[in-house]
Write a protein that binds this ligand. Structure first.
Ligand code: TUI
Length: 314
């Protein structure tokens, strides 16, 4: 049994969070992960508050266990989405792409745990000073919008720099990844890519099949020249992006190329010209399986790794 203080903080059985991915982490997946003892997290991206409210209600119809909502702070709807989260007294809020500082007093008032995703030590320290409950240190192995650092060097540096619990994200797929994260000082992990191939995940089957076929080097980074790098599976869109980048196309033009492309991939199944955001663990995804089986595999795998490591002591 793998239990850490994250389990007590959030009221969950296993220290495994499912990343709140826009257009991917909807109520069905979230409820399945939470029912299985992890923490399911609704991904809100640029969605309007009405959609978020509906998703929260759907999760509550399916499970009484704790769950979370990820608020993408760059969204034009972030403020209203936070109002919904507060009104609904959602147990956990994770945030991306910004500082949730101004929302913290109201979230705390209703008992919501606040856990921002951060890409660096300095941001972790700033969030700690704002009063957050924990941070998710997300390395550039992750899918979607990423920072500069990788998980392996970032997690121990964040752990050393703050007194709040640290959750590791980016490049984690199975029990080996969970134990590695714990070895670095994290109290748990957040996984995104593997949950995209959960049976309950409602993304288009084209994306699931593309992930299953993907090899280790297929998740590439585009948009470094725009200052907003994004990790996605290689396809015709990434080729076009690279061509335009090499021609010195201005960042504003390049950004236009990405608009609406995440939905095109995840919902409509356009895996050629859509933005198939996924992390570097894509090469390990081999099948579609229920969320419960994914969590059981991670936990069982971690227990086996720990036993193997203990035998090294002789
Ligand atoms: O948020 C992410 N990754 C994402 S969000 C996303 S949503 C989307 N994208 C395109 C089209 C439609 C929807 C896809 N991928 N990761 C979390 C993350 N947060 N990574 C880095 C940060 C971050 C960056 C700056 C956190 C805080 C921060 O603070 C800046 C400041 O100055 O406060």
């Amino acid at each position: 049994m793998i239990r850490t203080k994250l389990c007590d903080l959030l009221g969950i059985e296993y220290p495994i969070l499912q990343g709140g991915m826009a257009w991917v982490s909807t109520a069905e997946l979230v409820a399945a992960v939470s029912e299985a003892g992890g923490l399911g997290i609704i991904g809100t991206g640029h969605s309007p508050p009405e959609w978020v409210e509906e998703q929260i209600h759907k999760v509550r119809e399916k499970t009484v266990k704790p769950f979370g909502v990820n608020v993408m702070l760059m969204s034009a709807h972030a403020e209203q989405v936070m109002e919904v989260v507060i009104k609904e007294r959602v147990p956990v809020v994770t945030t991306g792409a910004g500082n949730p500082g101004k929302y913290i007093p109201k979230l705390k008032e209703v008992g919501t745990k606040v856990i921002p995703v951060i890409p660096s030590v300095a941001l972790a320290q700033r969030m700690e000073r704002s009063g957050v409950d924990a941070v998710i240190a997300e390395g550039g192995e992750s899918g979607g919008h990423i920072g500069e650092l990788s998980t392996m060097p970032m997690v121990p540096q964040v752990v050393d720099a703050v007194d709040i619990p640290v959750i590791a994200a980016g490049g984690i797929y199975d029990g080996r990844g969970l134990v590695a994260a714990l070895a670095l000082g994290a109290v748990g992990v957040q996984m995104g890519t593997r949950f995209m191939c959960a049976k309950e995940c409602t993304i288009h089957d084209n994306v699931k099949q593309m992930l299953i076929k993907a090899k280790d080097r297929d998740a590439v980074v585009t948009g470094r020249s725009t200052g907003h790098p994004v990790r996605v599976l290689k396809n015709k869109l990434t080729k076009r992006f690279e061509e335009l980048e090499s021609l010195g196309t201005p960042p504003e033009e390049l950004k236009k190329l990405g608009v609406g492309k995440l939905k095109a991939a995840m919902v409509d199944g356009d895996i050629e010209y859509g933005s198939v955001m996924a992390g570097q663990v894509c090469g390990m995804v081999k099948k579609i399986q229920p969320a419960k089986e994914i969590i059981e595999d991670v936990v069982k795998g971690a227990e086996e790794v720990i036993e193997r490591l203990l035998r090294l002591q002789g």
